[in-house]
Design a protein around this ligand. Structure first.
Ligand code: GLC
Length: 740
């Protein structure tokens, strides 16, 4: 080989080595990455993944082909923003997602600062060789609670009491606009948990104790994402959480063990997720809890076979906060934990702090083959698909046109309506409610004038906190605004000064804020000493006593109830608590219905619809005002069918294009039943999800047979199943029942 040719050969070899190296980094030969800007401007030959005119699948395929292993591993990594030290670590480690956990904040805390912060991190992400935008997640579980000045809506238990899926979709839309206004593009909501024991500290994050209400409230997902992810400027990625059974743990222990057969797990806890998947939810977060002793974060059968396989979930699965490094019960990642979670089907790990250790272990598990590269590619495909669908490659920065919606008058008006509809009137002796605006009122209680108590957890911090934490309207402010003469309203937190001259006393009492395990109540579930003392002081005045209960769940109040003339369950209304006073004065007649059974006492927990126990107030209970049309008369009990059972088919909710129904099976015979079958004419309305039974459809008949656990009925006992279906609800639903 001559000298020159040898030199040519060496140069050629050098060029090919350099080209190969560049390809690994994703840089073009010119040393520049195809950029979204250039692609958008059409000024350079953009890589296919930068071309929004191509199908998402083609863009994903092209991008994957350009990604080095470290690019792919980074996409599977979510880091707490404040753990990125220095900020450039986002680029160095190719981090694909950032979050702000419950205590995440910015200073000064306002929507603009959040948007500026978001953009600063996005710029770092876009500066990486392939320019893959990061996706930023936050818990906007009742509005963007981390942002001071945001509209805070009722927590889910109150929204469940509205039984109004269409309203909840509007709430989701408003939350999406406020989230987008801060730049953030992913909301770790809604919780589709089915709270089966009110001792659980996250009961207020549940829409209700039966699968039916959470399933119907998946309209919240459509509100967040739009009819499809990326539809419209305010579309944000929603998260169905926490898969699966988080609300069914023994004793209501947070992150505990849900001990159920698979049939029971599917009947009670799966339907909301089936409905969420049907609605196109983009992500699912796993539960910390265990199913019969096995951690969900390592459960391949439930995560891959059931969620991704049987339900056909095509979004991505994200772990909960530090849940992977807790798999062995010890803090700190191990290779086995990383391998177990990723091979079970976790696509993105919410690390959230020690990302260097996580990535090092993940890389070793992949290069050793213990995590197949195909699993890594599947996870990346799922994540990148959602980033493309969200439009992040074309519009990676905060949409400042939406920043002004944070805390807007329109959103606050919507929140006030949601508060009104969430109020459940449980007692109204002598028609003490509605109050007259000319009344002379004494208002007391620790939560009457406390936005923090009215908002609960996930408010300006993970655990929330009492006090004047955010702009809004308290119950007391609502009362003063409603009466003809505010001077006739006296307030003392403890009730000091009350006497017999008042028309009525209003006590706003209940729980102070908490979140997650900090809200578990394994012992007593009654009112605290301050509230009891305040109530006794008011009672001693001898005037009618109206109690407004601000709590994240039913409380043990049976012993005090006889001393109260009226009881209104307000749940956790948020910043627009004038919605409570709207009901107190009759501007909105109470229409809320209990989304959870109300215990006779703590010892009765768990108590749920259809379990054969007799609660103080049953699931679905709620009074109206006398002047309103009386609650619908109970359907006349049909004569027992020859087989001895009846089926009461009730439409419990409807929305555009679909409806929800609940069927109560009654053993009207004098003997026990071992099983039952209910049939009806679906009249072309396809059942889209069903719980507490198994469905068979043939011809013009739909038949539901009992589940394994609700077939046996003693004489007079009832069981129920529910379903969602396409189309308009039937005008006069009816079904027939037969013992089987
Ligand atoms: C929490 C919660 C989860 C939340 C996540 C991020 O521990 O379990 O609901 O989305 O961490 O804050």
């Amino acid at each position: 080989m001559t000298g020159r040719s040898a030199r040519c050969r060496r140069s050629a070899v050098l060029v090919s080595v350099l080209a190969a190296a560049l390809a690994l980094t994703g840089l073009t030969p010119q040393g520049r990455a195809p950029s979204a800007a250039r692609a958008a401007a059409g000024t350079a030959a953009a890589a296919p993944y930068q071309d929004p005119s191509l199908p998402v699948t083609a863009r994903v395929d092209d991008l994957l082909s350009r990604m080095a292993l470290d690019d792919k591993l980074g996409q599977m990594t979510q880091v707490e923003r404040e753990a990125l030290q220095p900020q450039s670590a986002l680029a160095t480690y190719r981090i694909g997602s950032v979050l702000s956990g419950g205590d995440g904040t910015v200073s000064p805390n306002n929507a603009r600062t959040w948007a500026d912060t978001y953009d600063a991190y996005q710029r770092i992400a876009l500066g990486t060789p392939l320019g893959i935008p990061m996706v930023y997640g936050i818990d906007a579980v009742h509005g963007v609670g981390a942002v001071r000045g945001a509209t805070l809506f009722p927590h889910n238990i109150g929204l469940g009491a509205t039984r109004n899926p269409a309203l909840v979709e509007r709430v989701g839309r408003a939350v999406a606009e406020e989230v987008s206004g801060t730049g953030i593009d992913w909301n770790f909501a809604p919780c589709l948990c089915v709270a089966r024991n009110d001792r659980w500290g996250r009961t207020y994050e549940s829409f209700g104790e039966t699968p039916g209400i959470p399933a119907s409230m998946t309209t919240y997902i459509t509100g967040l994402q739009g009819e499809r992810l990326g539809a419209g400027p305010a579309s944000v990625l929603a998260t169905a959480k926490h898969f699966i059974g988080d609300g069914g743990t023994s004793g209501g222990t947070d992150q505990g063990d849900t001990r159920l057969t698979e049939a029971e797990l599917r009947a009670v806890h799966l339907p909301p997720f089936a409905e969420a998947v049907r609605r196109g939810v983009g992500s699912v977060m796993l539960s910390y809890s265990r199913w019969n002793g096995a951690k969900l974060h390592g459960h391949r059968h439930l995560v891959t076979d059931l969620l991704k396989g049987e339900l056909g979930f095509t979004g991505f699965v994200v772990s909960d906060w530090a849940a992977v490094d807790q798999l062995d019960g010890q803090p700190g990642f191990t290779a086995e934990e990383v391998r177990t979670a990723v091979n079970a089907g976790v696509d993105m790990v919410m690390v959230p702090h020690d990302y260097r250790t996580f990535l090092s272990l993940l890389r070793t598990e992949v290069t050793s083959g213990r995590i197949p590269l195909a699993r890594v590619d599947d996870a990346n495909r799922r994540i990148l698909t959602k980033k493309f669908e969200l439009g992040l490659f074309e519009k990676p920065y905060a949409d400042r046109a939406l920043t002004g919606t944070v805390g807007s008058a329109g959103h606050r008006a919507l929140a006030r309506q949601a508060v009104r509809e969430s109020q459940v009137l449980l007692k109204n002796e002598g028609g003490v409610l509605p109050l007259d605006t000319s009344a002379k009122l004494f208002v007391a209680g620790k939560s009457a004038d406390d936005i923090g108590n009215l908002s609960g957890g996930w408010t300006l911090g993970w655990q929330g906190g009492s006090g004047d934490v955010a702009p809004g309207t308290t119950v007391l402010e609502g009362i003063r605004a409603a009466v003809a003469d505010p001077a006739r309203v006296t307030y003392d937190r403890h009730g000091h000064g009350v006497d017999g001259s008042y028309t009525a006393a209003v006590a706003v009492v209940g729980e102070t804020p908490y979140a997650e395990m900090h809200g578990d109540r394994p012992g007593a579930m009654g009112l605290d000493e301050e509230d009891l003392a305040t109530l006794a002081r008011l009672k001693s005045a001898g005037v009618p006593l109206v109690v407004v209960l601000v709590s994240g769940r039913p409380l043990d109040i049976a012993a005090q109830l006889p001393d109260w003339d009226a009881l209104l369950a307000a749940w956790l209304p948020g910043t627009e608590a004038d919605g409570v006073s709207d009901v107190l004065f009759g501007d909105h007649a109470p229409s809320g219905r209990l989304p959870v059974s109300w215990m006779t006492g703590a010892a009765q927990q768990p108590v749920n619809d259809g379990d054969g126990k007799t609660p103080l107030f049953p699931y679905g209970y709620g009074l109206g005002y006398g002047t309103q049309p009386p609650p619908p008369a109970p359907a006349p009990t049909p004569a027992p069918a020859p087989e001895g059972c009846t089926a009461d088919y009730e439409v419990t909710g409807s929305w555009t294009g679909g409806f929800q129904a609940e069927v109560t099976v009654h053993n009207a015979s004098s003997g026990p039943m071992d099983g039952w079958a209910v049939t009806w004419d679906p009249a072309g309305r396809a059942v889209t999800s069903l719980w507490n039974g198994s469905l068979a459809v043939g011809g013009d008949r739909a038949t539901v047979r009992n589940a394994a656990w609700n077939g046996a009925l003693a004489p007079g006992a009832t069981a129920s199943f529910g379903f969602t279906a396409d189309g308009a609800p039937p005008p006069s639903p009816s079904a027939s029942c037969a013992a089987s």
